[in-house]
Each structure stands twice: as structure tokens, then as C-alpha cells.
Design a protein around this ligand. Structure first.
Ligand code: WQD
Length: 343
């Protein structure tokens, strides 16, 4: 019998790519989603790509009763990969309570419901934002975590603290927190990708929307940082590489290979690219000229973030395989398909 895995937020950007990789690896996937920032059409797309449609439950994980009922229907699941969360940094500064409520209630309800049913394996969708402004680079999992700049980021840090307490109190429960650097890219089929709500905050969707003529120009937030060209450096990682790491992580828990009940892994390529690197690679990979302008720094941006990927390599046997050009080309294919299909 195939292992059943519940993927919360499985119709979202990283969740949908992970659902595909799980299905390809022989897992039985059940998606819990409330479609607050995703589309039901994703199920059809996953079916087109894999030949299997995951089971879908429309559930608001902020609601404890609804969550419990959804889990009860899948009491035989082996583990949970928890993506469901709001993720817009700027919006979280404006609406902190909405972020704390959504991201933390849903986490607490999920942990409570699953552990009541002895579904004791949990993968958490965390972020490099928990490192705040790092004092040393590359960032290893040993780097101190700091209070992140935004309420969004703080929900990730608080969630890791909740997991720390919970795994200590419940000896049969094990969890892995995956700290993503900057996920970009899309499935090579062009059928699945990021669907930003409204005006994108993040660099990649802003670039593709500008090239597609939806935005007039890209604002480059500052070129006076202490980096090679003055623009901030980030560790961009292909969403497919990221998705594959989740499959490895859940297998690690299923096979009881974890060394401690809560483990943390950075997921990045270990290579830092500046904003101008990304722009120039976009232009050369797509042959599209990008309209951009250097403006003021954006609040909360740090000059450089890139991962040490050694721990994931040694313990998970995972390394990123796709380069910046792969990431950018697939994002661009997705953007074009999105406009053609007008969804
Ligand atoms: C990258 C670089 C910007 C937009 C955020 C979150 C993090 C994670 C990923 C996940 C920066 C510059 C951007 C634009 C620009 N969140 N930029 N013009 O800030 O590294 O990380 O997204 O859910 O938690 O903090 O990513 O893509 O926003 O920015 O110049 O229009 O691009 O200043 O240097 P960031 P980003």
C-alpha cells in the first residue's frame, strides 16, 4: 500500500510542485487547501502532469473542528507536509493579526489533529527569514536565528519554536523544518507555477510580469549595498529542486532516519546572485529586454543571503541540480502560458 501523505496548501506554489514529486515517487497524496491564494484548477494540472489526481479537501485550517474532521477522514495518513500559510511580507506588516492568526492557528490545529490520530510525522515549510540579518555567510543551520523583520517571517520563527516545544513533549512525534532561500521557477510542463495575488512583491514574478507587459517597469530597490554591483544578493532555488527535498525529508521520517526529533535544513543552491545578475540572465535567456529603474532601498532588505548546503547534502543526500537559467526560463514559460490561457 502506498503511503498516504497530507499536503496542506497543496494547491499553492510550492505545495503543488511537491504534490507532483510525491505522486511520481509513489505516494498517495491528499491535499488540504482553502484556496485563499490558489486555484482548484491545480488538481486538474497535477492530473495532466502525473496521470493521478490527488484527493482534495476544501478545509479552513484556522477552524479547529473543520481541521479535525478533515484529518479524521484520513486517519490512515503517514505524515503531513505543511505549506498552508499566508506569505506576503508587505501585507503581513499591514495586517499582522491576520498573519499570526492564519499561520499559527492553522499550524496548531494541524499539529493537534494529526497527533490525536497518531499521524506523527511532520515537514514544515520554513524560510531563511528566520536567520534575520546573518552575521556570517554562507548561512549554516548553526547560525543563530533572529526575530525576522516582518510578521510573516516571525510566524515562521514562532512555528519553529512551537515545533521545538511540541517534539520535546511528544516523544513519538518527529518533524523536519525546511528553510527555503528564494524559491523561483516553475514546472517544465508550463502547467504549474506561481500565481501571485495582485501586484507581486517578489523579484521573479515582477520581472516576468514586466516582460509580459503587465507591469510597466521593474523597480530595483537600491544599488548602494556592499555587494559586487551594489544590488542585494540572494540564493535563488528552483521550485522543483525544493519539491524533491520534501519527498526526501518525508521518507527520512518514514524510515526513522532522523537523528533528533526536530531537524532543520537549509534549502538553497549555495550560490548568491545579485538583482542585476538575475535581470541580465533573464535578458540573455529569454531574449527579452527588461524595462527597469534603480530606486530607493526597500525596508527590511538585507545585503546578502546565501546558504551553506552541506547539511542537506550530507544528511539528506540532496543538492540542487538546476541553475539560474533553468529557473528563469521555466518562470518565463509559465508566465507566457498563464497569459495565453488567461487564468
Ligand atoms: C529579492 C531581491 C529585493 C522585487 C522574500 C521573503 C522571504 C521569502 C522569499 C517567502 C531583493 C529585490 C524585489 C522588486 C527588487 N518568502 N527586488 N524589485 O526579499 O529575498 O525574500 O521572499 O515566502 O521570506 O522575505 O525576496 O524576491 O522579494 O527580493 O529590486 O520589485 O530583489 O530588494 O534584493 P526576498 P524578493
Amino acid at each position: 500500500m502506498a503511503h498516504k501523505i497530507i499536503v496542506t496548501g497543496g494547491c499553492g506554489y510550492i505545495g503543488s510542485h511537491t504534490a507532483i514529486e510525491l505522486i511520481k515517487s509513489g505516494f498517495n497524496v491528499v491535499i488540504f487547501d482553502d484556496f485563499s491564494n490558489s486555484s482548484k484548477k491545480t488538481i486538474e494540472r497535477i492530473y495532466q502532469i502525473t496521470g493521478t489526481a490527488p484527493t482534495l479537501i476544501n478545509v479552513d485550517l484556522k477552524d479547529a473542528d473543520e481541521t479535525h474532521k478533515a484529518f479524521l477522514a484520513h486517519y490512515d495518513a503517514e505524515g503531513v507536509i505543511h505549506f498552508a500559510a499566508h506569505k506576503a511580507v508587505g501585507e503581513s506588516v499591514e495586517k499582522p493579526l491576520m498573519y499570526y492568526k492564519n499561520n499559527l492557528y492553522s499550524l496548531l490545529n494541524t499539529l493537534e489533529s494529526q497527533s490525536n490520530l497518531n499521524i506523527n510525522k511532520f515537514i514544515f515549510s520554513s524560510s531563511a527569514t528566520v536567520y534575520g540579518t546573518p552575521e556570517t555567510l554562507p548561512i549554516t543551520e548553526e547560525n543563530e536565528t533572529q526575530r525576522p523583520f516582518s510578521p510573516y517571517g516571525n510566524t515562521k520563527k514562532m512555528a519553529e519554536e512551537i515545533l521545538d516545544d511540541f517534539t520535546k513533549s511528544n516523544k513519538s512525534f518527529s518533524a523536519i523544518s525546511l528553510r527555503y532561500f528564494n524559491p523561483i521557477g516553475a514546472h517544465e510542463s508550463g502547467k504549474i507555477g506561481e500565481l501571485p495575488n495582485g501586484i507581486p512583491n517578489n523579484l521573479m514574478p515582477y520581472i516576468t510580469q514586466t516582460a509580459a507587459g503587465i507591469r510597466e517597469k521593474l523597480m530595483v530597490y537600491g544599488n548602494d549595498y556592499p555587494t559586487k554591483d551594489g544590488t542585494p544578493i540572494r540564493d535563488y532555488i528552483h521550485v522543483i529542486d525544493l519539491a524533491k527535498a520534501h519527498v526526501i525529508a518525508i521518507k527520512r521520517l518514514i524510515n526513522n532516519k532522523q537523528e533528533t526529533s526536530l531537524e532543520f535544513f537549509n534549502l538553497g543552491t549555495g550560490i548568491g546572485y545579485s538583482v542585476l545578475d538575475v535581470i541580465h540572465t533573464f535578458e540573455s535567456a529569454t531574449k527579452c529586454k527588461l524595462n527597469y529603474e534603480i530606486t530607493e532601498r526597500r525596508d527590511g532588505d538585507v545585503p546578502q543571503l546565501y546558504a551553506s548546503t552541506d547539511l542537506a547534502k550530507v544528511k539528506l543526500g540532496w543538492t540542487a541540480t538546476k541553475n539560474l537559467e533553468d529557473m528563469i526560463s521555466s518562470s518565463w514559460t509559465w508566465e507566457q502560458n498563464l497569459r495565453n490561457e488567461n487564468n
